[in-house]
Design a protein around this ligand. Structure first.
Ligand SMILES: Cc1cc2nc3c(=O)[nH]c(=O)nc-3n(C[C@H](O)[C@H](O)[C@H](O)COP(=O)(O)OP(=O)(O)OC[C@H]3O[C@@H](n4cnc5c(N)ncnc54)[C@H](O)[C@@H]3O)c2cc1C
Length: 247
């Protein structure tokens, strides 16, 4: 249940392993995040032929650089970890979620034992040895296994009676992708600031993604800034190491 990265990848893997599989996936808004794929995730996607299909859309993370930007009197020195030091060409690969999902969907469309239903799952109940899933289009499915990959507000989790505990932190994350004038050379730079990490992760070409952790009030304010102002602010925060920034 769920046509995001987790649901589509699971459905494809199950169908390829020979199980009759139904992917219940309503149309969802475009996912504009990116994902840093590390180790086992890369191996899993390679087994499905997805990683190879991504080709140059997956940017290697060859160097991780950490900068103490706390402005304290005594600061930690900048450190760089190189994948080559442990015999790897990259620690992982950064890819746009939309590109990864498109590659998964393309392979899912050709998988013989995989049927897609463009509707939402409402709930499920156990009947004898099987689970019966109620669908929003009025239909139902009797299945041996339900995989709940329906996001953080998972109706399937609720139907299973699994509760959750929620708490919040005095932090918000601004997440965006941006262009820059200078090559990133496959380096990810993490600035450790007083309000939290400000992390640039390289994407293909002169593009990077950013996860910028801030106090909630400031994050709201920055998210409302005109793109030119925000671009200048990001360039300043990055100490211009990637030159002019365009959000
Ligand atoms: C800023 C940020 C950066 C991140 N970076 C990384 C990273 O670098 N590496 C990493 O591994 N992870 C990262 N993550 C986490 C990762 O993005 C998520 O864990 C992952 O995308 C979740 O995928 P998903 O398929 O489980 O859920 P979602 O992407 O939320 O998809 C859920 C799907 O279920 C569907 N759905 C909802 N309700 C129903 C229903 N009733 N029936 C059927 N379908 C339903 C929705 O339409 C949606 O398509 C990051 C997350 C954030 C917020």
């Amino acid at each position: 249940m769920g046509g995001g990265l987790a649901g589509t990848a699971t459905a494809l893997a199950l169908a390829r392993a020979g199980f009759d599989t139904v992917l219940v996936a309503p149309d969802a808004p475009a996912d504009r995040r990116s994902t840093a794929l590390i180790g086992r995730s890369v191996a899993f996607l390679s087994d499905l032929g997805i990683f190879e299909a991504l080709g140059s859309k997956a940017e290697p993370l060859a160097v991780m650089r950490l900068i103490d930007d706390t402005r304290r009197l005594l600061r930690a020195p900048t450190v760089e970890f190189r994948a080559s030091e442990i015999g790897l060409s990259a620690f992982g690969y950064n890819v746009l979620n939309s590109d990864l999902l498109a590659a998964l969907k393309a392979q899912a469309a050709d998988a013989p034992q995989l049927e897609r239903r463009d509707t939402a799952a409402r709930s499920y109940r156990i009947e004898g040895e099987r689970a019966v899933v109620e669908l929003a289009d009025g239909g139902s499915l009797a299945v041996d296994l339900v995989v709940a990959a329906d996001g953080r507000r998972s109706p399937m989790r609720e139907a299973a009676g699994i509760g959750l505990r929620e708490w919040s932190y005095p932090q918000s994350a601004i997440v965006l992708n941006f262009g820059h004038r200078i090559d990133h050379r496959s380096i990810s730079t993490e600035f450790h600031t007083r309000s939290g990490p400000f992390t640039q992760v390289p994407l293909p070409g002169r593009h990077s993604s950013l996860v910028w952790v801030e106090e909630p009030k400031l994050a709201e304010l920055y998210a409302e800034l005109a793109p030119e102002k925000l671009s200048r602010m990001i360039e300043d925060r990055m100490q211009s190491i990637l030159g002019e920034v365009t959000v």
